[in-house]
Design a protein around this ligand. Structure first.
Ligand SMILES: NC(=O)c1ccc[n+]([C@@H]2O[C@H](COP(=O)([O-])OP(=O)(O)OC[C@H]3O[C@@H](n4cnc5c(N)ncnc54)[C@H](O)[C@@H]3O)[C@@H](O)[C@H]2O)c1
Length: 431
């Protein structure tokens, strides 16, 4: 079993570290955030991710997983060094590599001879070379090993991946990284670093394109009177199309798709290819935010002065507490800009937690402890994130406490007949 340092203990780093320790490796996770490290050392999980608490607990108890402040403290005795730091969008749309370069610079002088630095952050084509240059260590190999996990199912995605992609010009280093996944049953693909980096961006941009496509089809369905649920069901039977990612919504978002799609468009532009298809994918998504916001704005038309909208769901998808680039927030920014008051409830965003105001200090909405206190006196109700519990709302109770009767279901989560039976007007997406 190998010794692994994880540099950057966020959604990807913590999942990678906990899963590698579960597979039997000795793992030290490092971060620059002292508060995060202290909480992890105390066994507290700073993010919502199914199954992660059990693996972290198991790792700490077995002595195979520990947490330290500062990358160099984790890297000085490890054989593998996984870079899992942020690569946010820079001003020009390209990925900002400053965190990656800083992390590489921090560990450069302490790396043991013959160790392997692995890039798990999503990085532009050519970044493996950038890391190698910053390290300046001819005895250390740099390998690309992009991550494909989805938040909400991160642990299961890591332990049961569709594929493991390894990009390296050094065959021995590639084999050593592949061996870390020996207990995982998945195809392992070894390619060159540039192709590995492109696989990651191309995969995310393709999925984003699929979502923009289905949202555009939903708009068409509304125009011609078709039901998008039946349309995608009928499409999905064709294995060339598939069923996954054919669900319309308020627009797509999250910490990866928007920045990765823009970054790929910029990579193409820098390489001399105008990938205008991706710009259109992004434009369709902005249109979808506008269209969803307009439905919410229309839903309070004629409502009494001072009444509000109930927004159910703030995170970018169910099963996570991640608010970064959340479609729900994109929609609510537009709704509040139209002068409409919003009271929101999300099971992963609590009123006494300042995560929302930290990321979106300008967003003026009130966080409520449950859907019903948010709905008291409301003109309309909107479902923006597909949390299961919103499928089981008590519409008898809502009819008693709301002053309006409009429901906007931006996730097509509800059976429309249920609220309609209680006298509500229901608007979904594409049906
Ligand atoms: N979140 C996802 O679903 C997902 C999936 C696949 C790939 N990725 C990619 O993985 C990378 C990380 O994403 P994330 O969502 O885990 O980010 P995150 O923001 O949750 O975590 C990154 C962590 O790195 C830490 N960090 C920054 N600089 C550091 C340094 N020098 N030393 C030690 N720690 C440092 C931060 O404090 C933070 O805790 C990004 O490139 C992202 O695009 C993310």
């Amino acid at each position: 079993m190998a010794s692994i340092a994880i540099i950057g203990t966020g959604y990807v780093g913590l999942t990678t570290g906990a899963c590698f320790s579960h597979l039997g490796h000795d793992v030290i996770c490092a971060d620059v955030d002292a508060d995060k490290i202290a909480r992890l050392q105390a066994g507290e999980i700073p993010i919502v991710e199914k199954g992660l608490d059990r693996l972290v607990d198991e790792g700490i108890r077995s002595g195979k997983l520990s947490f330290v402040l500062g990358a160099a403290n984790a890297s000085k005795d490890a054989e593998f060094h996984y870079l899992c730091v942020p690569t946010p969008q820079g001003d020009d749309g390209a990925a900002d590599l400053s965190y990656l370069e800083a992390a590489a610079a921090e560990i450069a002088s302490v790396l043991p001879n013959n160790s392997v630095v692995v890039n798990k952050s999503t990085v532009p084509v050519g970044s493996t070379r950038v890391v190698a240059r910053v390290l300046g260590r001819s005895d250390v190999a740099v390998v690309s090993n992009p991550e494909f996990l989805r938040e909400g199912t991160a642990v299961s995605d890591f332990l049961h991946p569709d594929r493991v992609v390894i990009g390296s010009g050094d065959q021995e280093a590639a084999i050593r990284v592949a061996a870390l996944y020996a207990r995982i049953a998945a195809p392992i693909m070894v390619t060159d670093p540039v192709s590995a980096e492109t696989i990651k961006y191309a995969s995310n941009a393709f999925l984003a394109s699929k979502l923009s496509f289905v949202n555009a089809i939903a708009t068409l369905c509304e125009a011609v009177g078709a039901d998008v649920n039946d349309v995608v069901l009928g499409m999905g039977y064709d294995p060339r199309i598939g069923r996954e990612f054919l669900r319309p919504g308020p627009g797509w978002g999250g910490s990866c798709f928007p920045k990765d799609t823009r970054a790929l468009a910029k990579i193409a532009q820098d390489a001399g290819y105008d990938f205008h298809f991706l710009n259109e994918v992004l434009r369709v998504n902005d249109d979808q935010f506008d269209r969803t916001a307009q439905k919410l704005i229309d839903s309070v038309d004629g409502a009494a002065e001072g009444s509000h909208i109930v927004a159910l769901g703030l995170t970018f998808k169910a099963g996570t507490d991640d608010l970064r680039d959340s479609p729900s927030i994109e929609v609510l920014k537009r709704v509040t800009a139209a002068g409409i008051r919003v009271k929101a409830y999300d099971p992963a965003v609590l009123a006494d937690n300042n995560s929302l105001s930290r990321i979106y200090p300008e967003l003026d909405i009130e966080i409520m402890p449950d859907p019903y206190s948010a709905a008291e006196g409301a003109a309309s109700l909107a479902i923006l994130t597909e949390w299961d519990e919103f499928a089981w709302l008590d519409f008898d109770k809502l009819a008693e406490i709301m002053i309006g009767r409009n429901i906007v279901d931006a996730r097509n989560l509800l059976d429309p007949s249920v609220p309609r039976r209680r006298g509500f007007n229901y608007r979904g997406v594409g049906r």
